[in-house]
Design a protein around this ligand. Structure first.
Ligand code: MG
Length: 282
């Protein structure tokens, strides 16, 4: 039986079993077998950069994807036989948000703000400008000051604030406004000729909520926290997308619904014709 599926998944704590919950022993092998089907296009959607995605693939023996949406949506790579190439069409799509300004030109606009400490070169890319900010800085005030600079230059950017707990520092990413996981997936769907009936996304946490509550059929893996589950359900309800969200609960082919088992359970829920393929493996 042939299927056609754009299978998009987050990595950390979604496909990667790197949370506190246990992983069903055969789940990742079964996932690899589904991903190997001729009609399946596999996409990793992650905050990780390319090097960290490659580390995860080798550490967890993941199938090689066809595409990687990396750096929180600001980069798309096409992967062919270990060969990674930037997908320039995506850069063209998001570059308009920065009104023709390059990474360095945008950085120069913030030169008057000494609180911003530029992160290492490996954390930057053409459309991701990343800073460290000390935790005692009033970051809300800082963000609004940066926002004014951006608006005055007619730049549409998202300022993403997060905290690196082990490193005890604030992280501030400046990204084109349209460079999000959801927009990147929708862009891939359009470019590759997939639609809502043959696209599935899986995720587990806060930066997946935009996709989980969108019209894109999505799976929340069972190891997600109850707070995220409640928030995802509420957001999907608000967006009128309850039918497009599936929360894995386990008991599919004897697996527990965590990580890749949850992804498979969701795929079987949305596309029952895949049950045979998933069940026949291993
Ligand atoms: Mg995750």
């Amino acid at each position: 039986m042939s299927i056609r599926l754009l299978l998009c998944t987050d990595l950390d704590r979604t496909l990667l079993p790197n949370g506190p919950q246990t992983e069903s022993s055969v789940a990742r092998t079964r996932f690899g077998e589904l991903a190997a089907q001729a009609g399946v296009t596999l996409v990793y959607v992650t905050g990780r950069d390319r090097r960290l995605v490659e580390d995860a693939i080798s550490e967890y023996q993941l199938p090689l994807p066809d595409y990687v949406i990396a750096d929180v949506g600001s980069t798309i790579y096409q992967v062919k036989q270990q060969n990674w190439s930037h997908w320039n069409k995506w850069q063209d799509e998001i570059s308009a948000d920065w009104a023709g300004k390059s990474h360095d030109e945008l950085h120069a606009l913030f030169s008057e703000i000494p609180l911003l400490k530029l992160q290492q070169a490996c954390k930057q890319n053409s459309y991701k400008l990343s800073y460290y900010v000390a935790l005692d800085v009033d970051h809300k005030h800082l963000l609004s000051r940066m926002h004014s600079v951006l608006v005055s230059q007619q730049i549409r950017a998202n300022l993403i604030w997060s905290i690196d707990e082990p490193g005890a520092t604030g992280l501030l990413d400046v990204l084109p406004a349209s460079a999000s996981k959801r927009h990147a997936i929708e862009f891939l769907m359009k470019q590759l000729g997939f639609d809502l009936a043959n696209t599935i996304f899986a995720g587990d946490s806060g930066n997946d909520l935009e996709v989980l509550s969108s019209p894109i059929r999505s799976v929340l893996v069972a190891n997600a926290s109850s707070e995220v589950r409640d928030e995802a359900k509420q957001m999907a309800l608000n967006m009128g997308q309850v039918e497009a969200l599936y929360c894995a609960q386990g008991d599919f082919l004897g697996m527990n619904g965590n990580y890749s088992a949850g992804i498979l359970e969701g795929v079987a829920h949305f596309m029952p014709e895949t049950k045979e393929i998933i069940g026949n493996s291993t």
